[in-house]
Design a protein around this ligand. Sequence first.
Ligand SMILES: N[C@@H](CCC(=O)N[C@@H](CS)C(=O)NCC(=O)O)C(=O)O
Length: 235
Amino acid sequence: MPQPIRVHTWPTPNGHKVHIMLEELGLPYEVVPVNIGQGEQFRPEFLALTPNHRIPAIEDPDGPDGQPFALFESGAILIYLAEKTGSALLPAAGAARHRCLQWLMFQMGGVGPMFGQYNHFAAYAPEKIPYAIERYANEVARLHRVMEKRLAESAYLAGPDYSIADIATFPWVRNPDRRGIDLSDYPAVKRWHDAIAARPAVRRGVEVLSERQRRGPISDTERENMFGRTQFAVR
Ligand SMILES: N[C@@H](CCC(=O)N[C@@H](CS)C(=O)NCC(=O)O)C(=O)O
């Protein structure tokens, strides 16, 4: 029995990518909650794993060459876990592999940051700045149109098969109403979303730490830790 991978995480889209991946692979893992609203991402033991103080990060006791290995950045973690297990969730070579990495990068560099900024300005910013809200709402809609075009011609983002590109993107397309999106306007994205949401591993993955999910308006402490002086302190 392999030793469990420790996942330092929180129930957010970037955390759920890794929970879903571990569930899909059937790897044993141990969840180490990092409450980002309460500032636990700034604890020395977490900063030792990632100077970027963002979840998710993993510690694999059985890393490359059998040595303990720590890794942050959700996209890098998905690639690592696929390669560690030889999983077809990342095609081994050729055009299929590059296409998968292309759509993974599209998520990491586009969907994640843009949707995240939309959430920030629409839900968390203390003042409502119409220009910022409109800019990111436009980006969210544009990125949905890109996915719609792709998924109208392909079952999954990288091609005919489910891959780490879908695992990275799905948690950000979930709960579309939070971004002012009605998935019935994007029928191919909806078909893809519903197929992925029905996978047993995905259902289990998005439940990880769900009881700790933030509900209701953001508190002053949470605002301070995520967007205030604590966040931007020189470390
Ligand atoms: N590019 C990073 C982004 C990670 C990220 O933004 N994590 C957020 C939660 S989804 C976080 O830890 N925030 C803590 C903070 O803002 O202090 C990844 O994909 O791993």
